[in-house]
Ligand binder design. Sequence first.
Ligand code: UD1
Length: 426
Amino acid sequence: MDCLVLQGGRPLSGSVEVSGAKNAALPLMAATLLAPGEHVITRVPRLADTQTMVRVLEALGAKIHWDATTMRIDTSTCSSVEAPYDLVKTMRASVYVLGPLLARFGRARVSLPGGCAWGPRPVDLHLKSMEALGATIEIDEGYIVATAPPAVGATQGSSLRGTRFTFPISSVGATGNLLMAAVLARGISVVENAAIEPEITQLAEYLVVMGANIEGIGTTRLEIEGVDTLSPARVEVIPDRIEAATYLVGGAITLGDVTITRCQPGHLAASLGALEAMGSKITINGLAITLQSGGRPRAADIATAVYPGFATDMQAQMMALAAIADGVSVITDTIYHDRFSHAPELARMGADIRVVDNVATVHGRTRLKGAPVMATDLRASAALVLAGLAAEGETVVSRIYHLDRGYENLAAKLATLGARVERRPE
Ligand code: UD1
């Protein structure tokens, strides 16, 4: 296992290119199951999570060639419908194969993901939406067993039929799964309170390129008219808005000057607004964003919300910034109430953070001090790296396999920005 060793206190400066979005690549990869044949997905980030999805698809029988960031997935050879526990337990997003398998084969056996580092994270909405489409769901030895058998004599297809489904709360993953199942269901489905995160919008657009009929893309009301078959297609993964915003926070927290390129500024509006509120100067130039620090950041209140609100996936990183801000910041996570494992680790570096329920109160300090720290999830680990970049002295972030799940070439990209960072065995 590797750790990241940071010598903090140097302003980041320069320019770094954003990778493709992990959270867009994963559902796109799963969607290839819907249409037998060769799909091409470009700008796939090389991450532990995309690698895990490769293994899930291979376990289902797909053939995959991954050259640099271009992935060719041939799903004509798929025959298994089982996503095994040893893969799903390492990545919850494996559950994205449920909808496609059910729609294509009329059955799926997908391990239940279990808990995660910040709470139970149920999949009940995934299951309810499949039931609404007419599937039967059972839990067997830790597996979701979903069936909607095809017509007698048919080897492919399902008995899924269009439905009306209103999500009681917005769910990115469950919206994705429902979409992927409904595009091959018989008849019309109307989905209310659908997630409108850019990653889901891209999934819907990809399904349309494959031949699906979907109205209302980008809105919370989707209308899907099922088709009999879909065709393989080609897609470029959208830029990672969370990775992009993380590097911008790196500029703000080190009082530096950072440009990110090949990003989609419109997807980052909430993060950019928060950074401006905290005193950074933001300049957008086409697909590039430059952040210039305005000196020590000002405190701000932040509450996470579904898109286009402030992303829960940026909450930890902004808490690191608040830790050195002038004044008291109140940070509320309305999506995941337990997602604060970074707070006690930031405290080890001198941050003053009090968490009550889902609200963190951060009294900004003039400086943080390097320390050995570790985190139990991806974005919490990113927050510790950011704090380490700003802190005096040396910070060692261990368990960085979490970072490998979501940040492509993190150490190299930080080094490009002038950070003193080294990856080495723990
Ligand atoms: C996705 C992102 C994750 C991000 C999250 C919220 C991927 C691979 N992951 O996760 O990085 O933090 O969106 O933006 O894209 N819920 C239920 N029942 C369900 C499903 C969800 O109660 O069946 C709840 C969750 O516990 C949570 C809320 O719904 O409170 C939103 O979760 P959801 O949008 O589904 O998150 P994921 O798709 O798992």
